[in-house]
Write a protein that binds this ligand. Structure first.
Ligand SMILES: [Fe+2]
Length: 161
């Protein structure tokens, strides 16, 4: 029996990321780069295991419903990782010009679109068998325990097709 309810946890992650991204956007409106950077740093830590779980466990499990569309989800992650990098590079600066702040906010909005798309996978996951869901729960738990942040995972572990 899995220790966690995987769909609930999966959706809770999305809520936390949604709220974090919205906070980044509002911090950028007041040019509070330090705050935006801090939030992005905590999202990077939280989202690493989530992405890893998706690519290593959830997407293969959803192939039964989505077939080759699963590959699209992986390319969407490519885009998200690049956008997150752009955002992190901009937020590494001490000060942002109006243009840079707008560029970082745009990057954050692009990430928000992905959160919304990804949450849709929950409705498909509900159709998996309870044994599969229990196994997925263990996988999410394991990804969290290994705790590799998103950009580190992308640079060092994630296998490119
Ligand atoms: Fe997700």
């Amino acid at each position: 029996m899995a220790k966690i309810d995987v769909i609930t946890e999966f959706r809770d992650d999305h809520r936390k990321v949604r709220d974090g991204i919205l906070e980044i956007i509002s911090a950028l409106q007041t040019k509070d780069v330090t705050k935006a950077r801090k939030i992005l740093g905590s999202l990077n830590i939280m989202v690493g295991p989530h992405f890893r779980y998706e690519e290593e466990s959830l997407y293969p499990a959803l192939k039964v419903f989505l077939g080759e569309y699963v590959d699209q989800l992986i390319s969407e992650h490519d885009g998200v990782i690049n956008t997150a990098k752009t955002c992190a590079e901009l937020l590494a600066k001490d000060k942002l010009s109006d243009e840079e702040a707008e560029k970082a906010a745009d990057a954050a909005r692009a990430l928000l679109v992905h959160v919304s798309n990804c949450d849709g996978l929950a409705i498909l996951s509900e159709r998996l068998k309870s044994k599969e869901l229990a196994e997925l729960g263990d996988k999410l738990d394991a990804a969290r325990k290994s705790g590799v942040p998103l950009l580190d995972w992308a640079a060092k572990i994630r296998k490119k097709k």
